[in-house]
Ligand binder design. Structure first.
Ligand SMILES: O=P(O)(O)OC[C@H]1O[C@](O)(CO)[C@@H](O)[C@@H]1O
Length: 536
């Protein structure tokens, strides 16, 4: 561990019993000084234990890790995904007028060509120029998993007020319940199926795609004519029978969990139209420009990363809750869970050595106010602090329901205040006394009503959730994860940890059918035998 990590840990220790609330007394300007604004986004990080000293050390940490240099290497197409030998250029997908050279070739003409083909196709579907075998397309089913599902699903839900295209549905799980429930009620003759898979080999997606093709083939004569493929593996899409005119490809320098900006975003484009989709890209491009140019101490992705590092690697809090106070951001926690945990859940550093720090944290969450009535109990009174990351829009879309929105916002701000302030034993005792309790019973009851407080949170405030601001937010988190990875010295762009389970599933499947060769561990073989017996 380098000197800067030791100094950060010592700084944390030296804070001793200082509480977050005390920092506001010590610095009357703290609410403003630890609230950073850029391009209409407000990131309040004042309700954390990061003081001026910690902030300076954290910025020094980012400087020492050469965040600025790695950032340029990413934007300019260097092969920073060293374990797969790939460039990392999802940012190119949203900078359509730019130019990026990889291996001596500008990749942008091909990116623009695919984007324009997608836009033409989306316009044709939305206008009715492209039809199913039973008429205009009424429903779109996106079949994909992981990054080929979470991004478009999250964004389609988030931007519901902008939908004016066909209804979009998402199937991801190999559990037949997923596709059965989704297809129930849809008309195969007016449904468009999108098979979204970078590799076009993912077993869940290919199984669901074949099931959808069979479902459609029972009603229409040419099911493949209502199929679209989003993939880097054009040979495999042809084998599946999809016309190359409806295949939208992308390069290996777009990682699955970073792919919503290109072809994988087709369902979103179909739902909201290509112009709105371009606003989504423009929001992300604005965040890219900010990330690339702003000094580290004013740089939103860098600050989010430093707050994350402070909470997880320095303070030792094991998880982080993402709490959007926006019901349409229902899938954002799941999306960011993949982004963070698949990117930074690693135990080996880029150079092959063991990581000498904890890897990225567990990320979880749920929109407010629902979470308040489920797990906030633990957040307020559990024994392990959970840093909370609130997201709030100043305006909702339901102008006639403005009172709902103010109530929603009041809850969001109240939670971060309650987390920081808490309720002392004295305050709890006064409360119980007012209810008529006294003596030992008053003491006993009061203790249950104490909130320790001093629990950190941040708040990201935006004006309104639009395609543009959603693009900003998603790109903000992408770059945050990148900066965290650079600081930890790992490769955020591979995902070798998902391989072993996939390989073994292929060997366990025959075992469940009673065909498998032995060689599994005794517990797995025992469970497989019980499974077979229960199936009769
Ligand atoms: O798009 P594909 O190739 O089907 O992969 C889907 C997902 O599977 C993963 O490779 C993990 O299993 C993710 O990284 C990816 O987003």
């Amino acid at each position: 561990m380098t000197d800067i990590w030791t100094r950060l840990k010592s700084h944390r220790q030296a804070q001793g019993a200082t509480r977050i609330a005390d920092l506001f007394d010590a610095d009357p300007d703290r609410a403003r000084a630890f609230c950073t604004q850029a391009d209409g986004l407000v990131f309040d990080w004042s309700k954390t234990a990061i003081d001026a000293g910690a902030r300076d050390l954290l910025v020094e940490l980012a400087e020492g890790a050469d965040v600025a240099g790695r950032r340029e290497a990413m934007f300019t197409g260097e092969r920073i995904n060293e374990t797969e030998g790939r460039a990392v250029l999802h940012t190119a997908l949203r900078n359509l007028r730019g130019s990026v050279v990889v291996d001596g070739q500008d990749v942008m003409p091909a990116v623009r060509e695919t984007h324009d083909r997608m836009a033409d196709f989306a316009r044709d579907v939305r206008s009715g120029a492209f039809t199913g075998q039973g008429g205009a397309i009424t429903d779109v089913v996106n079949i994909g998993i992981g990054g080929s599902d979470l991004g478009p699903y999250m964004a389609v839900l988030a931007l519901a007020p902008y939908h004016d295209g066909p209804r979009c549905h998402f199937v991801s799980n190999v559990d037949g319940a997923d596709i059965a429930d989704t297809l129930k009620g849809l008309d195969p003759a007016t449904t468009l199926v999108i098979v979204a898979s970078k590799t076009f080999t993912t077993i869940e997606t290919m199984t669901n795609a074949r099931t959808a093709r069979d479902w459609m083939g029972r009603v229409v004569t040419d099911p493949a004519a209502q199929f679209v493929a989003l993939s880097s593996a054009t040979g495999k899409t042809a084998e599946f029978g999809i016309d190359p005119a409806r295949v939208f490809g992308f390069e290996d320098w777009v990682g699955g969990r970073y792919s919503v900006w290109g072809p994988i975003g087709l369902s979103l484009m179909l739902a909201i139209g290509d112009e709105r989709f371009d606003e989504f890209l423009a929001g992300a491009a604005a965040m890219d420009a900010h990330f690339r140019a702003a000094p580290l101490v004013e740089n939103l992705p860098v600050l989010l990363a430093l707050v994350g590092i402070w909470h997880h690697q320095i303070c030792g809090y094991p998880t982080r809750a993402l709490l959007p106070y926006d019901n349409r951001l229902l899938r954002l926690p799941a999306y960011l869970q993949q982004l963070e945990m698949e990117s930074n859940g690693k135990r080996v550093a880029m150079d092959g050595s063991d990581l000498d720090l904890p890897s990225g944290p567990v990320v979880w969450g749920e929109p407010g106010t629902n979470g308040q009535h489920a797990f906030y109990q633990l957040i307020h009174q559990g024994t392990t602090p959970v840093p909370c990351e609130f997201i709030l829009a100043a305006k909702g879309h339901e102008d006639d329901l403005a009172h709902h929105h103010v109530l929603l916002a009041a809850n969001c701000l109240a939670q971060s205040e309650a987390l920081m302030r808490g309720r002392s034993l004295e305050e709890a005792r006064a409360l119980m006394r007012a209810k008529g309790l006294e003596g030992a019973e008053l003491d006993r009851q009061a203790r249950h009503r104490v909130f320790p407080g001093n629990r950190p949170s941040t708040t990201l405030l935006i004006e309104k959730l639009t395609p543009f601001t959603l693009g900003q937010i998603v790109a903000l988190y992408e770059h945050r994860v990148f900066v965290e990875g650079v600081i930890l010295g790992l490769n955020s762009f591979d995902q070798w940890g998902v391989e072993l389970g996939k390989e073994l599933a292929l060997k366990v499947e025959p075992l469940l059918k009673g065909e498998g060769a032995p060689g599994h561990d005794p517990s797995t073989e025992h469970l497989a035998a019980l499974f077979r017996r229960m199936r009769g």
